[in-house]
Design a binder for this molecule. Structure first.
Ligand code: NAD
Length: 444
């Protein structure tokens, strides 16, 4: 099948690469010329395990192509995936300007029956808006071309995106026409061979499913962070509580790790957007409001712990931060907890040394210039601790799991560890001569 993917970011590139890997002919379109030029040279815009080889092989085979011209990609193509960003607007709603712009562009280029697939995360009712934009464009052209709009939300996780796409738990398709549903079944057949993973529903149900899934996961995290804060005040170790409740099959172990808050391009914006959708519908989403508030507070927890330990004025202090990405396996720093921590430490007068195994370049692009003046971008995890007053673990990369404590002790000015992801055994840390501050384990 011939596909056009519009928007070649995390979702668009992974979607395009994986469909081409399964035999479709894919053209990825983006307005960012530099991104497209780089892709043609084999330079990927993102770090994602396993993605590079799939992109390079399929580009070489001619089954995956890149262009800035939608008109060129659209020739003989009747499946269009919209995979552009839907960032939060001022009021928290998903900003649909890019999605609707692409809808108009699609309306201006299709020549034959087309299925237009909303892959971006978009609020309930967006497919109707996409349909209206395409129709308007077709009317302006005087073209009577049939088309369907399908919702096919993406559930990949950054850091495991290729695997998630190739081996999905489920494939949600919201389609109001039999013709479109049939085409989507054919398209996804290679991903659904060992069992039928496809769940068909109407378009609005599919749109809502994506927001409900992300909000549920965010709720689990915020719930556990709330319990952790309470544990800390009651002299309870939340890690024992986590294992205790996770062993209940109704609860399970995933997404109940206490920490310093969730970030990334999805959970924060999707919870906000669902809150806005609810309020627009005249419903007060009490629980979702609290999920977001708890997360905002949780991102401040590490900074507050450092201030409690070292005082309000951190002038003359240096802190080594391990991990900048919002989670391991990605260089994505959007809404990362590290951003809130760095700002809090700098505002209190400290200097910070930072190290992340893959997000250093991204950090240089994203951290404001006035903050970078007081930041040292370290060569490796140990040089980030040179003369540091404390080591602060923010992202639980594997490289930080079993560090050389002797080496750390020899480099650091004071032997203090703030463990924002509860990666370490407090007793082991204390035996190694360090003071330990975790999340939900003791009042640090
Ligand atoms: N990143 C994730 O983990 C993830 C997972 C599931 C769903 N989603 C959703 O998928 C959507 C895309 O997210 P992303 O992280 O891939 O975004 P991204 O910012 O990485 O990529 C979006 C791309 O779209 C391009 N673009 C914008 N307007 C365009 C236009 N008119 N024509 C062509 N290209 C255009 C941008 O240049 C950019 O390269 C969002 O709605 C997001 O919520 C993201």
């Amino acid at each position: 099948m011939k596909l056009t993917i519009i928007g070649t970011g995390y979702v668009g590139l992974v979607t395009g690469a994986c469909f081409s890997e399964m035999g479709s002919h894919v053209t990825c379109v983006d307005i960012d010329k530099e991104k497209i030029d780089n892709l043609k040279k084999g330079i990927l815009p993102i770090y994602e395990p396993g993605l590079e080889s799939i992109v390079l092989n399929n580009y070489k085979e001619g089954t995956l192509n890149f262009t800035t011209s939608l008109a060129q990609a659209a020739k003989d193509c009747n499946v269009f995936f919209i995979a552009v960003g839907t960032p939060p607007g001022q009021d928290g709603s998903a900003d649909l300007q890019y999605v609707l712009q692409v809808a108009r562009q699609i309306g201006s280029v299709i020549e034959d029956y087309a299925v237009i697939v909303d892959k971006s995360t978009v609020p309930v009712g967006t497919a109707d808006k996409v349909r209206a934009q395409v129709s308007k464009e077709l009317e302006a052209r005087g073209a009577a071309i049939e088309f369907d709009v399908v919702s096919n939300p993406e559930f990949l996780k950054e850091g495991a995106a290729v695997n998630d796409f190739l081996k999905p738990d489920r494939i949600i398709v919201g389609a109001d026409s039999h013709r479109a549903a049939k085409l989507m079944r054919r398209l996804y057949a290679p991903f659904s061979r060992n069992r039928d993973k496809m769940l068909f529903m109407n378009v609005k149900d599919a749109e809502m499913t994506k927001y409900a899934a992300n909000s549920m996961l965010a709720t689990k995290i915020s719930f556990m962070n709330e319990i952790a804060n309470l544990c800390e005040r009651l002299g309870v170790d939340v890690e024992n509580v986590r294992k205790g409740i996770g062993s209940d099959s109704r609860i399970g172990y995933s997404f109940i790790y206490p920490g310093c808050g969730y970030g990334g391009s999805c959970f924060p914006k999707d919870v906000k957007a669902l809150v806005k959708t609810a309020k627009d519908a005249g419903f007060v989403p009490t629980l979702l409001d609290a999920v977001e508030e708890r997360n905002n507070l949780q991102k401040q927890v590490l900074g507050n712990k450092v201030i409690n330990r070292f005082g309000q004025d951190l002038t003359g202090r240096t802190f080594g931060i391990w991990g900048l990405a919002f989670k391991p396996g990605t260089d994505d720093m959007r809404e990362a907890s590290s951003r809130v921590l760095i700002k809090a430490l700098l505002d209190a007068g400290a200097r910070v040394n930072v190290y992340d195994p893959v997000a250093m370049d991204q950090a240089r692009k994203e951290i404001p210039a006035q903050e970078q003046e007081k930041i040292c971008f370290a060569q490796d995890q140990y040089s980030a601790l040179d003369t540091a007053d404390a080591c602060i673990l923010v992202t639980e990369w594997k490289a930080f799991r079993q560090p050389d404590f002797k080496k750390m002790a020899s480099l650091m000015k004071e032997r203090v560890i703030f463990d924002g992801r509860n990666q370490y055994d407090p007793d082991e840390i204390k035996e190694a001569g360090f003071e330990y501050h975790g999340i939900g384990r003791e009042l640090g």
